[in-house]
Design a protein around this ligand. Structure first.
Ligand code: IPM
Ligand code: MN
Length: 352
């Protein structure tokens, strides 16, 4: 079966890691058609836009979107993100941002004594509203009286749909779900969140144990007792922050993968590493491609290529556990391409 994938390498190391992701996906599965779009900050410098006017209708025609990174010091971050990634997430109702946080064999976690047996979490991040609603404004610009407001928006619909997805994942795994809020300090939005999640749990997921944890306590628990955490659901901002902590626990931000999912498949979903464009190491060929390759495995799974997805994940583990091809931040000396080649070789589909 043919799958058409729109590729946006984007900025910085995004352009170095995406070719490795494509290399591995092509090794693992057949029938993938990639088409590349040169959108991002360099495109902005030429055109004044991060992507063209008709970008969203163009992307809508693809089965999936594979993104490297978005953002560069020449363009303010809020301009680059609100010109590309955030409109894609919102327009295509990619309301789940799925982020596995798993320690890989052969990679040392900064948490002493912790490894693959202790750290295997699955974050389900609300991805369309909350603290990222974009509602707000500034008045009296530049004056002493200047005011800025940014209003988080939480709707019952969006809370319930992301919670349902998280409960379903919990049901497939350990039947334990942690819901993260801060409903002691915030009296409205997170209290609504807690009510909706608890109500859904009671009505449809009585077999799943739901635990409500405040985000501050959750940060501590991820460090102290990661072994007690399985599936986690949280708001856009909280799960953004906690998944960077998760990436650190994995041993490198370069390992962390994500899938921006429209579970109903009415629109394409987007797959991207959690890291950004990393201007400090861009252009050197040393960025870790594993987060991108792992995101590619999530892409294959979403397209129904479960067997190939599993093979890519196994290939990543085989290469990290073997230890010959690791990038510098993991203590190795392999280049981005060498890691990609090693994983591609291990992921090759068996002859049929
Ligand atoms: C991420 C990133 C983005 C986010 C930024 C770049 C807007 O940090 O995907 O986690 O906060 O969602
Ligand atoms: Mn982030």
């Amino acid at each position: 079966m043919t799958h058409r994938i729109a590729v946006i390498p984007g900025d910085g190391v995004g352009r170095e890691v995406i070719p490795e992701g494509i290399r591995v996906l092509n090794a693992a599965a057949s029938g993938l058609e990639f088409e590349e779009f040169p959108w991002g900050c360099a495109y902005y410098e030429k055109t004044g836009r991060m992507m063209p006017d008709d970008a969203l209708p163009i992307l809508a025609r693809y089965d999936a979107i594979y993104l490297g990174a978005c953002g560069w010091p020449t363009v303010p971050d809020h301009v680059s993100l609100w010109g590309l990634l955030l409109p894609i997430r919102k327009t295509f109702e990619q309301y789940v941002n799925l982020r596995p946080v798993r320690c890989l064999p052969g990679v040392k976690s900064p948490l002493a004594g912790r490894g693959p047996a202790d750290v295997d979490m699955l974050f389900v991040r609300e991805n369309t509203e909350g603290e990222y609603s974009g509602t707000g404004g500034r008045v009296h610009s530049g004056h002493a009286t200047e005011v800025a407001v940014e209003v988080p928006i939480f709707t019952r619909t969006a809370i319930e749909r992301v919670a349902r997805y998280a409960f379903e994942r919990a049901r497939e795994r350990s039947r334990r779900l942690v819901s993260v809020t801060k409903s002691n300090a915030s009296r409205y939005t997170y209290v609504l969140w807690d009510e909706v999640v608890a109500g859904l749990g009671a009505a449809e997921f009585a077999d799943v144990t739901l635990e409500r944890v405040h985000v501050d306590a959750m940060a501590a628990r991820m460090v102290m007792r990661p072994d007690t955490i399985d599936v986690v659901v949280g708001s856009n901002l909280f799960a953004d922050i906690l998944t960077d902590l998760g990436a650190a626990i994995q041993g490198s931000l370069g390992l962390a993968a994500s899938a921006n999912l429209n579970p109903e498949r009415e629109h394409p979903s987007l797959f991207e590493p959690v890291h950004g464009s990393a201007p400090d190491i861009a252009g050197k060929g040393i960025a870790n491609p594993i987060g991108t390759i792992w995101s590619g495995a999530l892409l294959l799974r979403h397209l129904g290529e479960e067997e190939a997805a599993g093979r890519v994940e196994k290939a990543i583990e085989a290469v990290t556990s073997e230890g010959e091809f690791l990038t510098a931040e993991l203590g190795g000396s392999a280049s981005t391409a060498e890691v990609g080649q090693a994983i591609a070789q291990a992921a090759v589909s068996p002859p049929t």
